[in-house]
Design a protein around this ligand. Structure first.
Ligand code: SF4
Ligand code: SF4
Length: 441
């Protein structure tokens, strides 16, 4: 199989989802023009995407029996989709890829993620593979180090030479982009005391006392890294994850949020929502931004005990304002009446902590609030970091949490990687057995 084109057979694009939406113009520009889309989602059948009809695969194949089928889905699903299409009797030589890919060892981050913390990393999975570089005011150097390191690793993998990644559980053989490294995800974070945060969460190592000149330096550096990333990234699919302490406490946060807004960049802002910023609300309204907020509590007392600050109500009020700014807050009767689109602009996280918040009262109130602001819920844990499995009670509460989300129709992502492996396995089994319609992380 390859992604060559120029033959005269009709083309069917398989997959009419977000990948197709964002890449269609580029594919058309390269001469790939489909006769129609095919998609497995019955809800899309006989509707249109950019003017092209979306058909069930069987109907598309009946209509265009000698077509080439181009996969227009996310890279992570290519392997399953090729197997599926082969199983439907489509010859291997007629299954092609809309973007050039290759089969090799790799992972979801290698050649795609730039991780800038205390040093520069290829991923956020394992510190062993990070390189160090002086970063202050030297965004260009950060990216050149990153390109060099990625190319070296990719070359080794393509030639089946051993790499430092070999022992990593994330490495697997799959389809990956065949081109040179191209940053798609920028993660600006810090593990150890690099960034300032005004909270003192019981499970977090990344806070420091406020140091004005250091925070100002860091603030300018964050802006410069984002500027540089916006110049070298694939802007259609690029994502920025901003999790450096409390981003809204950076002195230049308005410039940072405004820059992302002006450049139409997709950004996930990891914030504790204790500081309300108009510039962030404005960015949220652009629909390319979402917030990730670890609330971890449903009551004031639990919040104060976990977060080290008595700010439960102010945080809820700020989140309500952000939800309204995003057009997703169901608390806004005005927006609802105006027919504003609702979306899950706020990802509300619950890190299940033994003896701290693993109780029905906190879980129930947390989920009530998630419903109020139309949030996407994230269930997580920190037992993987500690290496210990959760108690039976805590696991039972995690299951109850998932069950309540399903009952209340709340979209849920489970951060399995943050659970101890045996707990993660048990939780996955619970999800599968209970047949919840849950989004898997
Ligand atoms: S294989 Fe593992 S260590 Fe290597 S880049 Fe990927 S996640 Fe990082
Ligand atoms: S709000 Fe986030 S960065 Fe701040 S202490 Fe808590 S977990 Fe750490």
């Amino acid at each position: 199989m390859n992604s060559s084109h120029g033959e005269n057979r009709p083309i069917v694009f398989y997959g009419a989802g977000s990948e197709a939406k964002s890449r269609l113009a580029a594919w058309e520009g390269a001469g790939l023009v489909p006769a129609c889309f095919a998609d497995g989602d019955a809800g899309k059948h006989y509707t249109r995407l950019a003017g092209y009809e979306i058909l069930p695969l069987r109907v598309a194949m009946e209509r265009y029996p000698d077509c080439d089928v181009y996969l227009t889905i996310g890279r992570g699903r290519l392997h399953d989709a090729t197997q599926y299409l082969s199983g439907q009797g489509i010859p291997a030589e007629r299954i092609k890829f809309a973007d050039p890919v290759e089969w090799r060892k790799g992972c979801d981050w290698l050649g795609r993620m730039v991780n800038v913390g205390e040093d520069v990393g290829l991923c956020c999975a394992n510190k062993k593979y990070r390189i160090t570089a002086s970063r202050h005011g030297m965004a260009e150097q950060i990216f050149s180090e990153w390109f060099h390191l990625c190319e070296k690793h990719l070359d080794n993998m393509r030639n089946n030479r051993p790499t430092a990644c070999d022992a990593c559980p994330h490495m697997r053989e799959d389809y990956y982009s065949a081109g040179p490294p191209r940053p798609v995800v920028l993660n600006i974070s810090s593990d150890d005391n690099l960034d300032y945060c005004n909270f003192r969460c019981s499970y977090c190592r990344q806070f420091s006392s406020y140091d004005q000149s250091r925070t100002e330096r860091r603030s300018a550096e964050v802006l410069s890294i984002i500027r540089h990333f916006s110049e070298v990234c694939d802007s259609e699919t690029a994502n920025i994850e901003l999790s450096c302490g409390e981003p809204a406490a950076l002195p230049m946060c308005d410039e940072i949020f405004n820059f992302c807004f002006e450049r139409n960049l997709r950004v996930a802002v990891f914030t504790n929502a204790s500081i309300y910023k108009e510039s962030l609300a404005n960015l949220l309204a652009s629909e390319k931004c979402h917030l990730l907020v670890s609330l971890d509590a449903g009551t004031r007392e639990t919040f104060r005990a976990i977060k080290g600050r008595d700010m439960f109500e102010p945080v809820l009020n700020n989140l309500r304002k952000y939800a309204i700014a995003a057009g997703g807050g169901i608390s806004s009767g005005e927006l609802a009446r105006a027919g504003s689109p609702r979306r899950n602009a706020i990802h509300l996280k619950y890190i299940m902590l033994e003896t701290q918040n693993d109780n029905e009262k906190d879980i129930g109130s947390f989920l009530d609030f998630a419903r109020e602001i139309n949030a996407h819920v994230v269930l997580s844990n920190n037992s993987n970091a500690r290496g210990n499995p959760c108690s039976r009670h805590t696991m039972g509460m995690s299951q109850l949490f998932a069950k309540k989300c399903a009952e209340q129709g709340l979209p849920l992502t489970v951060g399995y990687e943050f659970f101890n492996p045996s707990d993660a396995k048990a939780l996955r089994k619970y999800m599968a057995d209970s047949n919840h319609e849950l989004q898997q992380a």
